[in-house]
Structure formats: C-alpha cells, structure tokens
Design a protein around this ligand. Sequence first.
Ligand SMILES: C[S@@+](CC[C@H](N)C(=O)[O-])C[C@H]1O[C@@H](n2cnc3c(N)ncnc32)[C@H](O)[C@@H]1O
Length: 186
Amino acid sequence: MLQIWDVNWFLDVEQCPCDVHFVEWLEERGIKGKTVFHFGTGGHHHIGLANHAKGTPNDILGITASPKEFDDFVKLAIEHAELSRHYQVLFGDIYLLNPKLLPKIDIATLFHLCEFRGDSQDKYGGLTDAEVVDKTLETMPKGGLVSLFTGSFAGDKATGIAMAAVSAGKLKRLPDYKSLQFYEKV
Ligand SMILES: C[S@@+](CC[C@H](N)C(=O)[O-])C[C@H]1O[C@@H](n2cnc3c(N)ncnc32)[C@H](O)[C@@H]1O
C-alpha cells in the first residue's frame, strides 16, 4: 500500500510559513516564465492559487500524498476553469519521484524533505531523501534552484543532505530568504 498523508493541511502561517514566503520571494524577485515543482501543496493550494491570482507568471506542478488535498485541487480546477493551464498537481509519494514523468524544472521547493520517509516506503522501493534531491536535480538545467524550509522539524537533516550535495559539487548555496534556504545546481 502507498504511504498516503491522511490529513488536509490548511494554511497556518505561524507554524508553516514556507509557501507564503516562497510566493513573496517569487514576487520580490520578479520571477516569471519558470517551471516550479512544489513538494507539499497543502489543501489550501496557496502557491498555485497565488500564481493564478497574479496573472500566471509561472507554471507550477505540485505534489501531494493527501487524497483530500488532491480532491480539493480537483474542486478548484473545476471552479476556476483557467487554473489548470498553469497549475497542476500530482498525487503520489515523492519517494517514487520519476524524472521521466516530469517536465524540465527551474525551481523545486523541497520544503518537506526528510519529513515523511518511513520504513513503509522500503516495501515498494522508495527513494531515500538524498535520492529525492538527486532525482530532482536530474530534471533541472544548470542554474536550477532548490529551496528548503528552515522551519521544518526535519530542516537540519534536509540541510545536511543539501550541504553534502554542495561538498560533492552538485549544488552551490545561495543567500537565505526569510525561512527559506536556496541552492543552485552547478
Ligand atoms: C505539513 S503539510 C504542508 C503544506 C504546505 N507546504 C504548507 O506549508 O502549508 C505537508 C505536505 O506534504 C505532503 N506530503 C506528505 N507526505 C508526502 C509524500 N510522501 N509525498 C508527497 N507529498 C507528501 C502533504 O500532502 C502536504 O501537502
């Protein structure tokens, strides 16, 4: 059985400001025309909806392991006919990430790296967290960006994986923005 996340996460900026900070970062930097892979949409779908509200400057592909959050995406896509042109959501376990099924990605939000890998994913050959980073990098051109969330309960572990990739010459660390870390593919 697939390990699902049986929760519908509502936006809670106090506890989990990563999606809000990411939207602010996109806007402050004037980022346009990029393809964003977003790990962990929440049932609020804030990043996809904010992109829609701002006139779709970017194209967003989210992933959720929550059937309820995925259902909410379907409802939103029906309600807002134009939404799914620039915001799509994959239902699945990120530990099964397959670059062959993904577009070229310019920016990946791996905010919840190391939060959801349990033993149950071994039963179906789930990736490790470090392999999730590697698979994500396979989808990116040089200069692609990976963002992590320092407020995650697994943030130290995720930073350790990213810094190992820095040491291995795969990533370069960039300045942080609010609660977010940024790394560039080299
Ligand atoms: C705590 S919520 C945070 C949602 C949103 N990023 C926010 O900060 O409000 C965690 C998110 O990760 C997703 N998630 C949990 N386990 C996952 C997995 N194995 N693969 C893909 N997404 C997963 C959940 O579906 C949910 O959207």
